[in-house]
Design a protein around this ligand. Structure first.
Ligand code: SF4
Ligand code: FES
Length: 533
């Protein structure tokens, strides 16, 4: 492995690695705009130029491979003069609108201006003003903030493969644009907002909602499909404001789908169930959560006692955490050792959506067709618990004599949108039915007991993605008043002391859940830091 010295510090690099990436890996901060490890390297912004001993002029560190024994200077007078000149050039036409810019607080231009720029502008002419444009369903373009790094253009060519964005014009008239009649409407479009190092590309959904320095972030996993995209939920005072990709080289790299990006909205849906209900004299009425839970428990116990083994069922939703499914399965089997455990419906869209580099044809990203995050995990839990099982279709059609005997059960939803078959199956109309869900449905309005549940962003647990990777997600915000996390409900039913503790349950479940990948064990991108010059 080649060793290089950067500003007096010796670091190890990988063979044929670029100087800039080697520095990023080693935690040495060099300024960079156009470079992104997931995209091609145009070396166009020139802020990363460094002096290499033995070479006659400055070289772009993002595009210069390391050589063993190389001595690099990023803080020499030549390198600093270049940084100052690039900053001055970029700021010539840049508006001074940081106070109203969504990117303020996480803007490379703002930070580098402080770090590498001049305190005063020598430019006395009028600034060139460029238009703001609505370039797509989710994205706005404020062209006068753009520094022409072309990350966004390269993304649409090299990752989404849709090529909607282009560079138009020359010199100070140069700007980013879409082709006439072809808006930026691909299913990965929001990634250009993350890639833009300044506030030129903006997410319409997040526009003017929060200052970024007020946001806290919680590592999580995408709930929209079985891909298991790693994300951060960014929240403030109990409200999630945006979802950002979390780098994972084995799963989603730097990218997420737009469905994942806007999935948080279901958490704050105005229709969320917030009051427990139970049936009294044939009519559903509001009740206290604890009363509904005690009565539901008593009703299921009575059915199991009167009708014997094989009278209860449990529908375990593929939106549940594996730990929750394990606890609910354990509870139902404690009442009825022959209780039938069923994986809830698994909606799919037919085929996976594959994105390819428009130039090389190489696969870059896949949106999974399976539109739930944990069908594989729930299947694994059901297999682990053993005993009777059936498919959801078999259950709803009472396809076997054993399924015809069912007298009552526990059904968990938690889906982000409608999930039930149009006509309610007969099995869901008889005996005590306990329904835990986040949104109202025909099932919750006909259930004997309705227990408002927590959405995925309000609880901890793990999900298994389509490839068998078991990943942990955390709670970003508390569940709304009137709801209870499923894990706490099952702890109470099982007579366990204290509150639901996902790690404790995973350990009890053993392999492979006990070894589930914790978020901080995911490979992380090097932190974005600055060095004082
Ligand atoms: S819009 Fe942003 S990402 Fe695109 S070229 Fe301009 S600065 Fe770069
Ligand atoms: S980061 Fe190297 S030239 Fe832009």
């Amino acid at each position: 492995m080649p060793k290089i010295t950067v500003d007096g510090k010796t670091i190890e690099a990988k063979d044929r690695q670029m100087i800039l990436q080697a520095c990023n890996d080693a935690g040495i901060a060099l300024p960079q705009y156009c470079y992104h490890p997931g995209l091609s390297i145009p070396a166009s912004c020139r802020i990363c130029l460094v002096e290499v001993e033995g070479l006659p002029k400055l070289v772009p560190s993002c595009q210069t491979p390391v050589r063993d024994g190389m001595v690099v200077h990023s803080t020499s007078s030549k390198a600093i003069a270049n940084q100052k000149q690039v900053m001055e050039y970029l700021l010539i036409n840049h508006p001074l609108d940081c106070p109203v810019c969504d990117q303020a607080g996480e803007c490379y231009l703002q930070d580098y201006s402080y770090q590498y720029g001049r305190s005063q502008s020598r430019f006395e002419e009028d600034k060139v003003k460029k238009p703001k444009k609505d370039v797509g369903l989710n994205v706005l373009l404020y062209n006068d903030r753009c520094i022409m790094c072309t990350r966004c253009v390269r993304f649409t060519r090299e990752i989404s493969g849709t090529s909607e964005l282009m560079v138009e014009g020359r010199g100070h008239k140069e700007e980013i644009d879409i082709f006439p009649g072809r808006p930026l409407d691909n299913k990965l479009s929001g990634n250009v907002v993350d890639l833009c190092p300044v506030g030129a590309l903006l997410d319409k959904d997040f526009l003017f909602k929060q200052r970024v320095w007020l946001l806290k972030r919680c590592p999580s996993i995408s709930p929209v499909d079985s891909g298991g995209e790693n994300i951060y939920l960014e929240y403030n005072e109990g409200i999630i404001y945006r979802v950002k990709p979390r780098f994972n080289p084995d799963v989603n790299q730097w990218w997420i789908s737009d469905d994942t990006r806007y999935s948080y909205k279901a958490v704050h849906d105005a229709n969320r169930l917030k009051t427990a209900r139970r049936v009294q004299y044939g009519t559903q009425i509001d009740t206290l959560f604890g009363h509904a839970l005690d009565e539901a428990d008593a009703a299921l116990r009575a059915v199991a006692k009167e009708s014997g083994a094989g009278s209860l069922y449990g529908v375990l939703s593929p939106m549940m955490a594996c730990e929750e499914a394990y606890l609910l399965g354990t509870y139902l089997r404690s009442l009825d050792p022959q209780a039938v455990l069923v994986l809830g419906p698994v909606p799919t869209t037919g085929t996976n959506e594959v994105f390819r580099n428009s130039l090389s044809g190489k696969e870059t990203f896949t949106i999974q067709a399976e539109k739930v995050p944990n069908a594989a995990g729930i299947r694994r839990v059901i297999a682990m618990l053993g005993g009777p099982t059936a498919t959801f279709e078999e259950l709803t059609k009472a396809a076997t004599p054993a399924l015809k005997k069912l007298k009552g059960g526990w059904i968990v939803g938690g889906y982000l949108s409608a999930w039930l078959p149009k006509d309610q199956p007969a099995v869901f109309k008889k005996g005590p039915r306990v329904v835990q869900d986040i949104l109202p449905s025909t099932l919750t309005s006909a259930a004997e007991y309705v227990l408002p549940a927590a959405a995925w962003a309000e609880k901890d647990g793990c999900w298994e993605n389509y490839a068998g990777k078991i990943q942990v997600f955390g709670a970003a915000v508390p569940p709304p008043e009137g709801t209870r996390r499923e894990g706490d409900v099952y702890y109470k039913l099982l007579g366990r002391p204290g509150f639901y503790n996902a790690a404790e349950v995973r350990n009890e479940m053993g392999a492979p859940f006990a070894a589930a990948l914790l978020p901080d064990e995911n490979a992380a991108e090097p932190a974005f830091e600055f060095v004082e010059l």
